[in-house]
Design a protein around this ligand. Structure first.
Ligand code: CMP
Length: 146
């Protein structure tokens, strides 16, 4: 069965004009794009999206960085969550360039913060994040536990 995940192109990816190449990589890698939107988040919305990181020292920087224009795709494929995380590579784009040079973060990320893309890290996160932007239930996680 197909699984869904949130594939977000972050502000540095938009600013660097990487949207088309990232979307081509998504499609070439066997995902289909279910729905997409271009949006600009205010700081409150970024704080809420990244609430799990609220206590981290990098949180204020993350909020500043993310409150610019970005592109959210909601993609699906068998094993979408793990496969999208594998395709984007490690969080730190500098590390990605060494350990996973073919990854999206190696291609368009800059460093630990400006890493160009985001992917949900679990079925629970995918469900929450797709709901957050698209107002739709995703993986069935919600209904399985209803
Ligand atoms: P993401 O995978 O979207 O999850 C949280 C984001 O916070 C992460 O990508 C980076 O953009 C940023 N981030 C994570 N760890 C750090 C860190 N140690 N320093 C600065 N930014 C970070």
């Amino acid at each position: 069965e197909k699984e869904k995940t949130l594939a977000m192109i972050k502000p540095d990816g938009i600013a660097g004009n990487y949207t088309d190449v990232i979307k081509k990589t998504i499609l070439d890698s066997g995902f289909s794009i279910t729905q997409e939107m271009l949006l600009e988040l205010n700081k409150e919305t970024v704080r809420s999206f990244y609430a799990e990181h609220a206590s981290k020292s990098f949180f204020p920087d993350l909020v500043q960085y993310m409150s610019r224009i970005k592109f959210s795709d909601f993609v699906k494929k068998v094993n979408a969550i793990a496969d999208w995380r594998a395709l984007i590579g490690p969080t730190d784009a500098n590390n990605a360039k060494i350990t996973q040079p073919n990854s999206i973060r190696a291609m368009c990320g800059m460093d630990l913060q400006r890493n160009c893309v985001h992917g949900s890290d679990s079925p629970q996160s995918a469900d929450r994040e797709i709901m957050f932007f698209f107002n739709k239930a995703s993986s069935g996680f919600v209904s399985r536990n209803d």
